[in-house]
Design a protein around this ligand. Sequence first.
Ligand SMILES: Cc1cc2nc3c(=O)[nH]c(=O)nc-3n(C[C@H](O)[C@H](O)[C@H](O)COP(=O)(O)O)c2cc1C
Length: 406
Amino acid sequence: MLGQNRDVNIVVGVTGGIAAYKTVHLVRLLTKGGHDVTVVPTADALRFVGLPTWEAISRHPVTTSVHEDVARVRHVALGQAADLVIVAPATANSIAKITAGLADDLLGTTLLATEAPVLIAPAMHAEMWRNRATQANIATLRERGVHLVGPADGELAGGDSGPGRMSEPEEIFAAAQALLAPGDLAGVRVVVSAGGTREPIDPVRFLGNRSSGRQGAALAAEAAARGAEVTLVSANISGDVLADVRHPSIRVVGVGSAIQLAEVMKREAAESDVIVMAAAVADYRPVAVSERKLTKEGGGVPAIELIENEDVVAALASARRPGQLVVGFAAETPEDEAELLARARGKQQRKGVDLLVVNEVGWERGFESAENAVHILGPGGAVAATVSGSKRAVASAIWDAIGRER
Ligand SMILES: Cc1cc2nc3c(=O)[nH]c(=O)nc-3n(C[C@H](O)[C@H](O)[C@H](O)COP(=O)(O)O)c2cc1C
């Protein structure tokens, strides 16, 4: 159940679609669950289900306008006090307005004023749903961290069928429940490094590696979804990968080289409960960085002399506070599984990390792909889990393993 908690304030925005009648049942489910529900319809929504119905089932006055109850600054107060805002049904028109940030009615101002999670349940004809304008709006809302439930594929109001049917009230209720339940990482501060460092040779060239940062970004996204406050230290991760993990609880700090990464990680580690070093940090850097681009003009092939970089994860592990947990990563190219695990255990010991996640990499494996396969070594080198699948699924298993050690 949703916690039988009258202190939980839920705003249910209702917009002008036939599915508004189903939202009556959703409001019943939420109030029966013990929650305080305020319904905020649009003017068009009231053409489908009238004001007395919303007032009677929510037991609160209902208005569409920002000009009522002005003394209590209702146009921002509702959003500020909300623990969750649901928009069901969300018409194509309202989705466009929310995306644009319009605030010409009480629902618009409430959505702009809230910092609570927002869950929208789109409902419209299939053509309207598939329209590129609607799809672009939905993509933007997803990027901003708005949660979506549905639409389902099924019979629509005009008798035709396709994607666009609002999810059933029980399904919206379950999605709300998941958003309200405190995650297992609520209150935990996490720093995740991800991507690959670049060691400058001259102003245009660097020594780099093939890490895309997808696994680290998935770890950050999963931690945020479980309630953690996350700092993602991004070493050269592309905008596309970062856009996929945008979340109000993720702060991204960009770094370039191993030296910069070490400096930022040490600073962030001081404020963190869990340190996850998923970034591929260069072992070596050029001794000298040329101020000017190296050219062929002088003849000969330049020799690049290298010097060892600091082992950042080992430094973080040896400086960790009691209760702080350090997770290292190893990418290996072994002959076989036994060598993979032996190398991983050696690394775990040398670096002094609590958990070590090891994956096999190669020309075709591990890097840049959406999937991954890892072993997670727990304290003492025992295999705590072996997981393969999407990088998000792997991230979930890693957080489960971290959870068991905290
Ligand atoms: C009978 C009827 C049903 C409608 N159903 C929907 C719908 O399911 N989804 C939608 O996006 N628009 C639907 N519309 C169009 C919206 O009501 C219209 O775009 C309106 O401006 C939405 O206003 P609102 O988003 O401010 O509530 C419907 C219109 C009518 C007359």
